[in-house]
Design a protein around this ligand. Structure first.
Ligand SMILES: [Zn+2]
Ligand SMILES: [Zn+2]
Length: 219
């Protein structure tokens, strides 16, 4: 992921009604479309607003990735007299994982947790982020199912689990959808202990009981 700044400027001496609203609506549209991650942070600067945001890839803001909402919001800005933002790439986000560069993704994982600021779609082979605008997606909860019909590879949904009774009880868990065993021999990408191929679900041994096990060292 890249960190970039988008500078929105009003023409000299012109007061733009609801300027900030328009900027935020545009950035929100970019975010929904996966072209920026999160909502960014806004600063009031001389003559306009400066938004600092994370981009899933360097060319994420290219016109060819825009959807109709992004184009509409950009037109709103233009109608108010605001030119398209000047984009300055600041550098690579050092905490982020490199985007997927696989020729072909065997399956995809819809991976959303509150601790990850990266795109919610990950490649099943390398676990690298896949920019949402690279797949013909819709947003919302039906994303995984819709995506699967369109990209024609399995799309897994991740059920994160934070609390559990014990490590042993956790490992006995069955797939919550079909009730069949789904524990893997080895966790996939060191996160997913559970995988149900039939229901396209992934999960983990609850974080709280796992932490005890991990910090217990070699017992
Ligand atoms: Zn990949
Ligand atoms: Zn299942």
């Amino acid at each position: 992921m890249d960190t970039a700044q988008l500078l929105f400027r009003a023409p000299k001496g012109k007061k733009i009604p609801e300027f900030l609203d328009k900027v935020q609506s545009y950035v929100a549209a970019l975010s929904h479309n996966g072209q920026v991650i999160g909502e960014g942070t806004v600063a009031k600067v001389n003559g306009g607003y400066l938004v600092t945001a994370s981009l899933p890839e360097s060319d994420a803001l290219a016109d060819r990735f825009a959807n109709k909402w992004v184009r509409t919001r950009l037109r709103d800005l233009a109608a108010a007299g605001v030119a398209r933002p000047k984009v300055t790439r600041l550098g690579t986000d050092p905490d982020s994982r490199a985007p997927c560069r696989c020729q072909k993704q065997p399956f995809l994982i819809l991976f959303t947790t509150c601790i990850h600021a990266e795109p919610p779609l990950r490649c099943g082979a390398c676990f690298g982020p896949v920019a949402l605008y690279k797949v013909p997606a819709t947003d919302g909860v039906e994303l995984a199912r819709n995506l699967e019909g369109k990209v024609r590879v399995p799309v897994y949904y991740y059920l994160s689990k934070y609390f559990g009774r014990s490590d042993r009880a956790e490992r006995k868990r069955k797939c919550p959808s079909c009730g069949k065993p789904w524990l893997r021999d080895e966790p996939l990408h060191r996160i997913f202990d559970f995988q149900c191929e039939r229901c396209r679900l992934l999960s983990n041994v609850a974080c709280d009981v796992r932490r005890v096990r991990d910090s217990g060292g070699s017992r």
